[in-house]
Each structure stands twice: as structure tokens, then as C-alpha cells.
Write a protein that binds this ligand. Structure first.
Ligand code: SF4
Length: 448
């Protein structure tokens, strides 16, 4: 059982020094009892106190490391149910499943394609993280070939799915030193698989039918010497899986150690489009790993975008540096478009300017990472801030004309900007998608 706040308090220095960010040791102890802060945040706890608090300081959800090197994945170690309390820390790993009964050429081609599922979104590189090789052939030799091919062709960590512990052992031997996640799909083989995971030093995913069965199994796996466990609740369909993922997270954060592990979810039911919807839902609610069957880039990107959105810090808007950006190779006659420094807004504008193939400047105004309408409503995107940005980033030294394109949503600012800056305003489109057409047909340099 986890310790209560008062039990933890007994082992703290009781000096109320505030170095942990809390006003009193008791306040710190209460937070720690709720699993919302780690003991390391108190720099003054004695070695005896630390030893006594070891069990309470263990994260409520075990950290699990999969793979090695630069593509290593870390999951678990979350402390919150709601991201507005504190950001979620370890983004869901997205895996694509490959069946080892595929013919050699198709399997190798798809493994290579999975490694190429990389996208650029709002200035950040996002990618699929793992290949899940499914031992549908039930042949250990075939599985060994498949995992080796998957790892080599994709360059990504592997998850190995098999009902048989001996097959997992063979695959782990082939991937020695690469720390694959071993997933034993038959609960009756779980203890044998635990022996394999311990010997091969791999994390182990276990499946059982329902949370009670999982909670019965995890202490046995742990007693067999495996700490890094991933839970597969054995559910099918969106409703049952969402329910299981939510209950696992809630119980783990309440201190129910038997379910204090990251959980995975298969999003493989129905059409590829439905798989995408399932995967996005599981990313939003608590899956540490989601596994899909589709390699369709148009369906993978929404899953990665959802992950990116969920795992940003809601208390810190994602912002780009406020400055004058160049798209293409703009010159003294090129258009100047102004927008805010909210990443999503900036990159939407940049993408559309790029698509127009009209070289241009984009002036990103510091609005503390808020979008155009939000910044306008909070008076951060106004004639003064825009005129100040024009001046600070010396835009008049970069172009000969004095014509500024503003977002159509804030056309109301036109007169104020002209008064404040001395520039002429041309009102642009309301949506970024209208920019290419605008730049090609409506942008007018008054000097030409
Ligand atoms: Fe107490 Fe440690 Fe926090 Fe200081 S840093 S107030 S000693 S818990």
C-alpha cells in the first residue's frame, strides 16, 4: 500500500525551507502521497528518510524503456490524469504491425516504408516509433527472420508479438542488445515469457482478459524478476479499450501498484480510417503504445498530430521566435505578411506562402504564442505591437515599398496600423488557405 501524506511527512526534514517549491513539508508530503511529485524535489531528505520513502517515491506508473540508441522509446512515469494539472511527459509510441506471413519482398518493403513515416509539423519532426512484428506464422524461424528484417529495414525498435515464449526467446536472441518489447499474447505462457524477458533483459508486455486478471498476473511477473512491464487489457473495440485504459490510469495514480504500468492498445479493428480514429482516441486517453495496421501516410499523420497536441504543455503555448522570416528568396519588391507567433498559425501561413511559390517575408509578432483572433481579443495583436515589430525587425530596410498584408480576420485594425506605422495596409484572406491565390492575383506592389 502506498504511504499516506502524514506517513511521508514523518520522514521529511520538517524545516519548511520551501526549496521544493511548496510552502511546507506537509504540503510537499501530501503532493507526494498523491503521486504528483517525486522525492528528488526535496534536496534535504536524509539517507534514512530516503530509504524509508523508497516505496512511496517510486513513480505510480513504471518507466519502461524499449529499444536502444537514438530511437529508444521511454513510456510510463506519468503522474496525472488531466493534462491541465501538469503536462503529460512521455508521448505515446506509435507502432505499425507487420504479419510475418507476408512474403519476403512485401515484408521487407513495408518495414522500410515504416521507417520512412516521418513528417514535419509546426516546425517539429514527428514519426512512427516502432515496428510490431506479429508471429502469425507460428514459426520461430520465420519470426526470427522477420524481426531482423524489420529492425534493419526500418531502423526502429521492435515489438515482437507471439503466443509462445520460446518464439519470443528466439526473436530476442536475434535482436540481442536492441531491447525489443516482447509481447506474449497467450496468458498461459506469461511466466515462461517472463523468464525469457529476464534472461534477455527486455521489457515484457502481458495480455490478460480484463483488469482483474492483469492485476493477478503482474505480481507474478515481477516476482520472476521483470520490472519493466506493459499491460495489454485484452479488449476489442473502442468503447471497451477506452474504458480499460482509463481505469488502468486512474487505479495506478490512486496507488494500486499491481496496475502501475504503462498500457498498450491495438487500433486494428475495422477500416484503416476507423483504425486512425481509434488510435487518436487511445493517444488522447492514456495509451502508452498504440498499434495500427495501416501504413497510409494520410491516416498516420492525424495520429501523430493528435499525439503532438496532447503532449504539449497546455500552460505554455507553442510559439515560434518573433522575427522577420524569409520564405523563398524574397527581394525588395516582395510582399510582407504579418501574423502572430503561435506555431500553428505561423506554420500554416508559411506553408501556404511556400505553396504559392511567391517569395515573401512573414513578420511574426510576439503575441505570447496566441493565435490571431485570441491575440487580437487580448490586445496583443494591435496597431502598436505590429508597428513596433515592423520597426524592431527593420522591415523598411528589406523592402522598398511600404505595403503590409494583414490577416483578413483583423481587417478592423487597418486604419490603426496605417496611423501607427505609416505603412499602407492590404487586407489578406481570412484563412491561410487563401494565401496562394491572394499572392498570385491580388498582392500589388505599389512601386511596380
Ligand atoms: Fe520540506 Fe524538503 Fe520542501 Fe524544504 S525542500 S520544504 S525540507 S520538503
Amino acid at each position: 500500500m502506498p504511504l499516506t501524506g502524514l506517513e511521508i511527512y514523518k520522514h521529511l526534514p520538517k524545516t519548511n525551507c520551501k526549496d521544493c517549491g511548496f510552502p511546507t513539508c506537509l504540503a510537499f508530503a501530501m503532493k507526494m502521497a498523491a503521486g504528483q511529485i517525486a522525492l528528488e524535489k526535496c534536496p534535504h531528505v536524509s539517507p534514512e528518510g530516503r530509504a524509508a520513502l523508497e516505496s512511496a517515491s517510486r513513480p505510480p506508473i513504471q518507466l519502461v524503456e524499449i529499444g536502444s540508441g537514438e530511437n529508444q522509446i521511454k513510456i510510463g512515469n506519468e503522474t496525472q490524469l488531466f493534462r491541465h494539472e501538469e503536462k503529460f511527459h512521455r508521448p505515446t509510441a506509435v507502432a505499425i504491425r507487420l504479419d510475418d506471413t507476408l512474403d519476403d519482398a512485401t515484408f521487407a518493403q513495408r518495414a522500410g516504408d515504416i521507417g520512412q513515416l516521418v513528417f514535419e509539423r509546426v516546425g517539429t519532426r514527428v514519426r512512427v516509433n516502432m515496428v510490431a512484428v506479429d508471429n502469425q506464422s507460428q514459426d520461430a524461424g520465420r519470426l526470427a527472420w522477420a524481426v531482423q528484417t524489420a529492425a534493419e529495414r526500418s531502423g526502429l525498435p521492435c515489438m515482437v508479438i507471439s503466443a509462445k515464449a520460446a518464439h519470443l526467446d528466439r526473436a530476442a536472441e536475434v535482436l540481442s542488445g536492441q531491447r525489443p518489447l516482447l509481447y506474449v499474447s497467450d496468458p498461459s505462457e506469461a511466466l515462461n515469457a517472463a523468464a525469457v524477458a529476464k534472461a534477455r533483459q527486455c521489457p515484457l508486455a502481458i495480455r490478460a482478459d480484463g483488469l482483474e486478471a492483469l492485476a493477478e498476473l503482474t505480481p507474478k511477473i515481477q516476482a520472476a524478476g521483470v520490472e519493466q512491464i506493459v499491460l495489454a487489457p485484452g479488449t476489442r473495440g473502442l468503447k471497451a479499450t477506452l474504458d480499460a485504459l482509463t481505469r488502468i490510469r486512474r487505479l495506478a495514480l490512486k496507488g494500486f501498484r499491481r496496475l502501475g504500468y504503462p498500457a498498450l492498445a491495438f487500433a486494428v479493428d475495422g477500416s484503416p480510417y476507423l483504425q486512425m480514429i481509434q488510435a487518436c482516441t487511445y493517444v488522447a486517453k492514456y495509451a502508452a503504445i498504440v498499434i495500427l495496421d495501416t501504413l497510409d501516410r494520410a491516416l498516420i499523420l492525424p495520429v501523430l498530430a493528435t499525439r503532438q497536441d496532447i503532449y504539449t504543455d497546455p500552460q505554455k503555448p507553442v510559439a515560434v521566435e518573433p522575427k522577420l522570416y524569409e520564405v523563398g528568396e524574397p527581394g525588395p519588391n516582395s510582399p510582407v505578411l504579418v501574423t502572430t507567433n503561435f506555431s500553428l498559425t505561423y506554420y500554416s501561413v508559411e506553408g501556404e506562402v511556400e505553396a504559392s511559390r511567391v517569395p515573401a517575408y512573414i513578420l511574426s509578432v510576439d503575441t505570447e504564442g496566441t493565435s490571431v483572433l485570441t491575440a487580437w481579443a487580448s490586445d496583443k495583436f494591435n496597431p502598436e505591437t505590429i508597428a513596433k515589430a515592423l520597426h524592431n525587425f527593420r522591415v523598411e530596410e528589406r523592402v522598398k515599398h511600404r505595403r503590409l498584408v494583414i490577416p483578413g480576420l483583423v481587417a478592423v485594425l487597418s486604419a490603426g496600423i496605417e496611423d501607427e506605422s505609416g505603412w499602407t495596409v492590404q487586407v489578406g484572406p481570412k484563412e491561410a488557405s487563401g494565401i496562394p491565390n491572394f499572392l498570385k492575383t491580388q498582392w500589388q506592389n505599389p512601386l511596380t
